[in-house]
Design a protein around this ligand. Structure first.
Ligand code: 2AM
Ligand code: CA
Length: 270
């Protein structure tokens, strides 16, 4: 069995467990602030993924939101970047619009990506170089489109920030319209399927974008930070995800004017 096949089986099993535990009580705790939530399901799912990966592949490294591998400082060998529940607020408040996300890298290069929309039983997946799939359907290469004809994904909370608001408001204004789904992993795969023209956010953790980013690569989408630099799986990043012409437009015509603000923002991520 390849690592890709193993991971595909594992994420489906993890999703199955999530739907089972959800039938019982969801226990909620706060983390860094009252809106930063974690549940027993996040923790149990990360433990399930971590234990099974390590049992099968003791030499693989795992970075997970709920505590694993946060001290990893380099990406040699095989590294799994795991978010047991991406969209925890949605999970708690809506019991939908959340996903399990896994990105696997070999010596820093994308190897396989998975985003599992558990409630709708849709698995977005790819082995790098072999095309991306929505369940069994091969996703076509992205169609280029302009901002004026695109729906973009962006969380409105960012528009209220004094430094970032003025940078982001013109993008929302110039787009056809904006949506906020509350799960970065799902929003990135919505770009990969063409539901969204772009997804933009000033701060994401590697586990939020790793799986989706690898899937997006397969359909010729682009994912970088707002300075146009590659995304690192070792620290937080700003994230711009889009088809390549829209991506270039966003970087050059919207973000370039805020370079100093963005450099200061990224300094804090290191
Ligand atoms: P999570 O649910 O796994 O925490 C919500 O807009 C998206 O941003 C979700 O994917 C969420 O992931 C992520 N997110 C929430 N708070 C964040 C933070 N402080 N830094 C980075 N990403 C965050
Ligand atoms: Ca999470």
């Amino acid at each position: 069995m390849t690592v890709y096949e193993f991971a595909k089986g594992l994420i489906l099993e993890a999703g199955n467990n999530v739907t089972k535990i959800m039938q019982q009580e969801i226990e909620i705790e706060t983390k860094s602030n009252p809106n930063d939530l974690v549940t027993n399901v996040d923790k149990a799912t990360e433990k399930f993924l971590f234990d099974n990966i390590k049992k099968t592949y003791p030499n693989h490294a795992v970075i997970g939101e709920e505590g694993h591998g946060h001290d990893l400082s380099e990406t040699s060998g095989v590294v799994w970047v795991v978010d047991p529940i991406d969209g925890t607020l949605n999970f708690v408040h809506q019991q939908e619009n959340f996903a399990i996300s896994i990105g696997i890298f070999k010596d820093g290069e994308p190897y396989a990506g998975f985003v599992y929309d558990v409630i709708n039983n849709v698995l977005y997946h790819c082995k790098a170089g072999e095309g991306a799939y929505e369940n069994e359907r091969l996703l076509p290469t992205l169609i280029e489109d302009i901002l004026e004809k695109s729906i973009i994904g962006i969380n409105p909370n960012w528009l209220t920030k004094p430094k970032l608001g003025p940078m982001l408001q013109p993008i929302v204004e110039d787009s056809r319209s904006a949506r906020a789904y509350g799960s970065a992993a799902l929003e990135i795969v919505y770009v990969a399927t063409g539901k969204l023209g772009a997804y933009i956010t000033p701060r994401l953790q590697p586990w939020d974008f790793a799986g989706g980013m690898i899937i997006l690569n397969e359909v010729n989408g682009r994912a970088t930070n707002m300075l146009g630099e590659p995304l690192s799986i070792l620290h937080p990043n700003s994230v711009v995800v889009a088809n390549s012409s829209l991506h270039e437009n966003l970087i050059h015509n919207y973000f370039d004017n805020y370079k100093d603000t963005l450099i200061a923002l990224h300094e804090r991520f290191k």
